[in-house]
Design a protein. Structure first.
Length: 167
């Protein structure tokens, strides 16, 4: 009988070792590869932060996801990484422009992800809920509009295009 106990003990220890080895060799779930094709947003942005940025752009421009993103007709899902729509590249350019303005004129600082923390302007500053903001020509028709108080421009001449100019 002592021989059987040794075999049972050996087999028990061997099974623990084999089981331990097998569980350590099981393939792990692949790490989240992150978002694909991010060119102006931080590569390590969280899903929540990316969603917040996209929602801000959506509301500022009064559009939906399909304004910049295309649908993959094979999978019937949005292809977020695709650059098929020119609006997506325009959004990137506008985002870079906004960041440059905020850094130059409002001294905006970036957080640890590289996102502007506080800004003087954002998409809504110009868009105000419309995809293509209306270009408004100031009263008087001249660049910059009428001088303050509607007074003539320096040199005694009315501003170009002002109602006081006799023509």
């Amino acid at each position: 009988m002592p021989f059987n106990r040794k075999i049972i003990a050996t087999l028990g220890l061997l099974s623990v070792v084999v089981l331990g080895a097998m569980t350590s060799m099981t393939p792990k779930k692949p790490q989240d590869e992150g978002f694909k094709n991010l060119k102006v947003l931080p590569k390590n942005i969280s899903g929540d932060n990316l969603h917040k940025v996209m929602e801000e752009w959506e509301h500022s421009l009064g559009v939906h996801c399909n304004f910049c993103h295309v649908r993959n007709e094979e999978t019937k899902k949005m292809d977020w990484a695709s650059d098929a729509k020119p609006e997506k590249e325009m959004a990137r350019d506008m985002y870079k422009m906004m960041n440059k303005i905020n850094q130059k004129y409002f001294h905006a600082k970036k957080d640890s992800l590289g996102m502007i923390m506080q800004s003087g302007i954002n998409c809504n500053t110009c868009h105000r809920g419309t995809a293509h903001p209306e270009v408004v020509i100031p009263a008087g028709g001249a660049p910059g509009g009428m001088p303050p108080g509607g007074q003539p421009a320096p040199g005694g001449q009315p501003a170009a295009g002002s109602p006081d100019k006799k023509g």
